[in-house]
Design a protein around this ligand. Structure first.
Ligand SMILES: Cc1cc2nc3c(=O)[nH]c(=O)nc-3n(C[C@H](O)[C@H](O)[C@H](O)COP(=O)(O)O)c2cc1C
Length: 289
């Protein structure tokens, strides 16, 4: 382990470590206007949702490390207290990146990035027509985290209108995550196309998992199982009954597999194979047979 006191690193170096370590991050495509009504559009990956009631999003335009100057987006929300946060999908990620160019104040990044300004219902800043989810927001608060270069400014936004493209909805009006095709920002110049990496994990909240600590020693200390394997095994609500195990042994015996002759290592390997395609129940029946 390389261990640091953040105070011993330059802000630039620390920035690099933090942005690679806390990744991938969602991207807020923030549309604002200045005091004269000039539109501004910039991406911010210091961004997330923090509350559903009230619906709160927070993003952070930081003071530049280079010269401690502040970003136009921050200046705009300080004056107008309004912003539209649009999501960034794969189709518009290069335009979002282009809009992050540090154009002079008053330059309209919608024009620079070739994006369409769509009138909002409640707030003055425009929506990005090409974005599949557009959230009109009032700014409730702005929390300054410091006064030096690199200091963030938390812009606390309350969503007052939510627009979702029908193209990304299913028949129940729920968002199809793959269709939304969001991108995220990681360290350096790395981005991530979310849909290429999705996988599902059954929610532990629905069941009260037995936990790894409650497992028999030879399973939790197995040389075969990984942490993920044990996590899956520990997420079951109850262990299979003696009857279910006996049925399993019988049915597997019909395929000429004699569990009683298997070594512990073989059993663990076979259970791991069940886990690899999500069959936790069979893994447990095998392990307890
Ligand atoms: C994908 C992406 C994410 C970014 N995230 C942030 C961020 O979270 N905070 C920040 O201060 N700058 C961020 N930037 C840089 C700003 O977008 C850039 O400084 C922009 O010019 C600010 O524009 P403005 O001065 O018009 O507000 C990001 C850039 C890109 C391309």
């Amino acid at each position: 382990m390389l261990t640091f006191d953040p105070k011993d690193l330059s802000t630039g170096k620390l920035h690099g470590y933090l942005l690679s370590a806390v990744a991938p991050r969602p991207i807020a495509f923030a549309s604002t206007i200045d005091e004269d009504g000039n539109p501004n559009l910039s991406p911010f990956s210091f961004f997330n949702v923090f509350s559903a009631n009230p619906p709160i999003l927070i993003f952070s335009p930081a003071r530049r490390v280079r010269d401690n100057s502040v970003k136009h987006t921050l200046e705009n929300v300080e004056v107008t207290r309004e912003v539209v946060i649009n999501v960034v999908n794969y189709e518009l990620v290069h335009q979002a990146s282009l809009s992050s160019t540090e154009y002079d104040k008053g330059i309209n990044e919608f024009d620079k990035a070739g994006l369409t300004m769509l009138k909002s219902d409640v707030v003055k800043p425009f929506r990005v027509a090409e974005s599949p989810v557009q959230m009109e927001c009032k700014v409730n608060d702005i929390i300054k985290l410091g006064t030096e270069g690199g200091a963030g400014n938390l812009v606390i936004c309350e969503v007052v209108k939510l627009h979702i493209s029908k193209d990304v909805l299913d028949e129940n009006d729920l968002i199809i995550q793959e269709k939304l095709d969001l991108v995220a920002r990681a360290g350096g110049s790395y981005y991530n196309r979310a849909k290429h990496g999705f996988f599902e994990i059954p929610k532990p909240l629905q069941t009260l998992g037995i936990g790894i600590d409650a497992m028999p020693k030879e399973i939790k200390n197995s040389m075969i199982f990984t942490g993920n394997d044990l996590g899956m095994l520990g997420n079951v609500e109850a262990l299979p009954t003696a009857e279910a195990i006996a049925d399993f042994v019988k049915s597997i015996g019909e395929h000429h597999i004699n569990i009683t002759e298997m070594s512990r290592r073989q059993k663990h390997k076979m259970a791991q194979n069940y886990l690899s395609y999500g069959d936790v129940e069979s893994a447990w029946k095998l392990l307890l047979s």
